[in-house]
Design a binder for this molecule. Structure first.
Ligand code: DAT
Ligand code: MG
Length: 137
């Protein structure tokens, strides 16, 4: 199968709680290759572009405050069926229904602070890698 890429971001609560190492380990052990990674801050403008589909929703201000509240760990991963497999490892958006064994199912209890982001489609991968890492070849 052709290798594809996905964009993953450990959110500020995950970085603050020291979960980056475990999360990277999970993806590496599953078979993903780490292509690029960096620790960085998300400013309000980047938050609005990254979460453009949520701008104007009731939870957006809280989401933007959260994602800009501390360092995030952004990475590009490469592997078979990268988007779908990474999303299955991340688990449901609402940790109340995320299965144990998924990242959110193991580490998160609230939808507001759900530890990790993963792109949801090939189009999102391209857009989000462009936003966080500049144009990729
Ligand atoms: P995901 O992060 O699983 O792709 P999403 O793209 O629908 O989920 O939403 C992005 C983030 O926005 C999500 O991780 C947490 C926040 N969010 C989504 N729906 C929410 C809600 N109803 N209340 C509070 N925060 C929400
Ligand atoms: Mg999403």
């Amino acid at each position: 199968m052709e290798k594809t890429r996905t964009f993953i971001m450990v959110k500020p609560d995950g970085v603050h709680r020291g979960l980056v190492g475990d999360i990277v380990r999970r993806f590496e052990h599953r078979g993903f290759r780490l292509v690029e990674a960096k620790i960085m801050r998300v400013d309000r403008a980047l938050a609005e572009r990254h979460y453009s589909q949520h701008v104007g929703k009731p939870f957006f201000d809280e989401l933007a405050d959260y994602i800009t509240s501390g360092s995030v760990f952004a990475m590009i991963l490469e592997g078979d069926n990268a988007v779908a497999i990474a999303r299955s490892m991340i688990g449901a958006t609402n940790p109340a229904v995320a299965t144990s064994g998924t990242i959110r199912g193991d580490y998160a209890t609230s939808v507001e602070f759900n530890v990790i982001h993963g792109s949801d489609s090939p189009e999102s991968v391209e857009r989000e890698i462009g936003l966080f890492f500049g144009t990729q070849d």
